[in-house]
Design a protein around this ligand. Structure first.
Ligand SMILES: [Zn+2]
Ligand SMILES: [Zn+2]
Length: 251
């Protein structure tokens, strides 16, 4: 790094102090995340499920459950990752999107590109236009943009749209979630994705139902295959009903 770059970096740090992309605490220029988050953040280790991307101990899926080929995620949706995803969703934190987007691009390289999968285009799970107007940005699209830049594949930001403003998935039961997403997405111009292998990006995989519905819509419109990547996946210990059953607490 040249002298001028170093001066520029010092200047921008003084004006915009670097913050931890997960919790927002101030960090030094040599740190990516703060020390507390680096203790709390949980990366997914092998063995992982080759369908849903969860650690194997937490996978309940079977072949044929999903229309997409695979999902992969770098992080378990616990403590620090949860905090960071919340920041990204509600605090418009561009550096959090870049942090998660780069981790996602890394796992796309090792799990997909290195095993010969060719990605033709990158798509983010869309938001309904009214929700977009309220929030001002779509975090899934921002993640998709970073991933697309990192793996040097084109980003198609208008190829998949959300035409129905449904209820938020996290407020619903498993069965309700499936009904809630049916038919809410649409491909306005199928020639944009016909014959293409799509990489679909989102922030969190919980049930996988939203990713699945997007994949069904893309495949119906002629996509060749859909691969998914999300910043984090929820695991069993984070699902209260399963936890209760396992420990017999009855709540
Ligand atoms: Zn932190
Ligand atoms: Zn699985």
């Amino acid at each position: 790094m040249g002298m001028l770059d170093r001066i520029k970096e010092r200047f921008s740090e003084a004006v915009y102090p670097r913050r931890c992309p997960l919790c927002g605490a101030m960090i030094n220029s040599n740190e990516r995340i703060c020390s507390r988050c680096s203790r709390d953040v949980e990366f997914i280790h092998r063995p992982i499920c080759r369908i849903c991307g969860r650690p194997l101990y937490s996978c309940t899926c079977r072949k044929g459950d999903y229309a997409f080929v695979r999902n992969v995620s770098p992080l378990v949706y616990t403590k620090a990752a949860k905090k960071g995803i919340h920041r990204m969703k509600f605090n418009n934190s561009p550096y959090s999107c870049i942090y998660f987007g780069k981790l996602m691009a890394n796992i796309v390289r090792t799990e997909y590109l290195d095993s010969g999968v060719h990605i033709d285009c990158v798509i983010g799970v869309p938001m309904h236009k009214d929700d977009f107007m309220t929030r001002g940005y779509n975090q899934a699209m921002l993640l998709a943009r970073t991933v697309a830049e990192e793996i040097e594949a084109p980003l198609l930001s208008k190829a998949l749209i959300k035409q129905v403003r449904n209820r938020p998935q996290h407020t619903l039961s498993f069965m309700e979630r499936q009904r809630n997403v049916k038919g809410v997405f649409r491909v306005p111009r199928s020639e944009m994705i016909r014959g293409k292998t799509v990489l679909l990006c989102d922030d969190v995989t919980t049930s996988g139902i939203t990713l699945n519905e997007c994949a069904i819509t893309l495949l119906d419109a002629g996509a060749r295959a859909v691969y998914c990547v999300t910043a984090a996946v929820a695991v069993m210990s984070e699902m209260p009903a399963i936890k209760a059953a396992a420990f017999g607490t009855g709540w």
